[in-house]
Each structure stands twice: as C-alpha cells, then as structure tokens.
Design a protein around this ligand. Structure first.
Ligand code: GRF
Length: 188
C-alpha cells in the first residue's frame, strides 16, 4: 500500500514557512495533516484556508493525543516560539525537527530567534550565514544536526537583507529534508 506520510506543523507567527510546506507537499510526497499553534496567529488562518485541521493549545497532553489521532509521523517546528517539554522530546525522539536561521551551533539557544539571529551574525563579522534543520531535544537548538545550507554575508547587508536571503534558503532546505527523513523512516 502506498500511503503518504502525515506531518504536523507547529507555528506561532506569520506562518510563511507553513505556507511553503503546504505549497510543496504534493511535490515532496508528504501531507500536512495538522497545524498546532500555541497562540492565535496568521499561521492558523493559513491552515484553515488550506482546509487543514488545527489545534490551538498549550496543553501538551492534548497536543500529544492529537498528534496520535492524526497518525503524525513527523512534527515540524516552523517559527514555533515555545519550549517543548522534556517528556514530549523523549516520547517523540527523532520525530520532531526544527528549522533555525543560523549555522548551528553558532547563534542558537534561548532567546535567539527572529531578527536577533542575523544581528548576531553581523555583529560577529561572519562571512557566511545560513540555516539548520535539526532534531529537537530538551536543550534549545541543541539536538543533532540533520542538514544545513550556507548563504554569503554581503558587505552591505543589514539584518533584514540577510534574513531574507536565509529565509529563501530555508524554504528550499526544509521540504527536501522532510522528504528525506520520511523516506528513511518508511524504509525501517
Ligand atoms: C523561520 O525563519 C525559521 O528560521 C524560524 O522561524 C521563522 C519562521 O517564521 N524558526 P514564519 O514561518 O514566517 O512564521
């Protein structure tokens, strides 16, 4: 039987990453079967427009049960601004991934999100920036690295221009990486 793997996307913000994952799902052979948000945000509206079931909750028992109900194989954090509790990290070990807008282990950890990351890249004088897909563990941005893409830092970059370049790279890297992970999961 040829079934399409179900993924859940967790988001807290504008949901541009979620939108990419929805737009790319057919081509990359996965199905966005659930969107979870911990606050009212545009990501929820995007999910509803695409007729994807949503859950607005901060109750991790409820979230865990809903993942199981929707037969979720992989959880993708896409701009999800909450710490995942340790018991969820263990129960869903190697089943939760995150995309971070830096070349981890550089410029990661608690409080490093959004424009702050590219500000830190420029302050450090780095000549390359990029994004990382990694497994989620109890340590913020500390799980093992799955894939990275580098982009150049240009002489006149501002945090905004650099952020746009990194986000373009993220939107290519994430759907491909999801497809690879799901392929590996279904081979086992
Ligand atoms: C992405 O840039 C990603 O690096 C980070 O959150 C951003 C997603 O925001 N984890 P959104 O998809 O536009 O809400």
């Amino acid at each position: 039987m040829n079934t399409t793997s179900h993924i859940a996307v967790f988001a807290s913000g504008t949901g541009t990453t979620l939108q990419t994952l929805i737009d790319e799902q057919l081509q990359h052979g996965y199905h966005v079967a659930l969107v979870v948000a911990n606050r009212d945000c545009s990501a929820l509206a995007r999910a509803q427009n695409a007729h994807i079931p949503t859950l607005l909750s901060k109750d991790w028992t409820e979230i865990d049960q809903t993942l199981t109900q929707h037969d979720i194989q992989l959880v993708v954090l896409a701009g999800f601004l909450a710490i995942i509790p340790e018991w969820i990290c263990h129960k869903w070990e190697e089943r939760i991934i995150n995309i971070h807008p830096s070349l981890l282990p550089k410029h990661g950890g608690k409080g490093m999100y959004g424009i702050r990351v590219q500000e830190a890249v420029l302050e450090a004088g780095d000549t390359t920036a990029g994004c990382t897909v990694h497994y989620v563990s109890a340590e913020v941005d500390g799980g093992s690295i799955i894939a990275q893409t580098t982009v150049p830092v240009l002489p006149n970059d501002t945090p905004d221009t650099l952020s746009q370049r990194v986000q373009q790279a993220e939107k290519l890297l994430l759907p491909r990486t999801i497809a690879t992970i799901l392929h590996n999961i279904t081979q086992h």
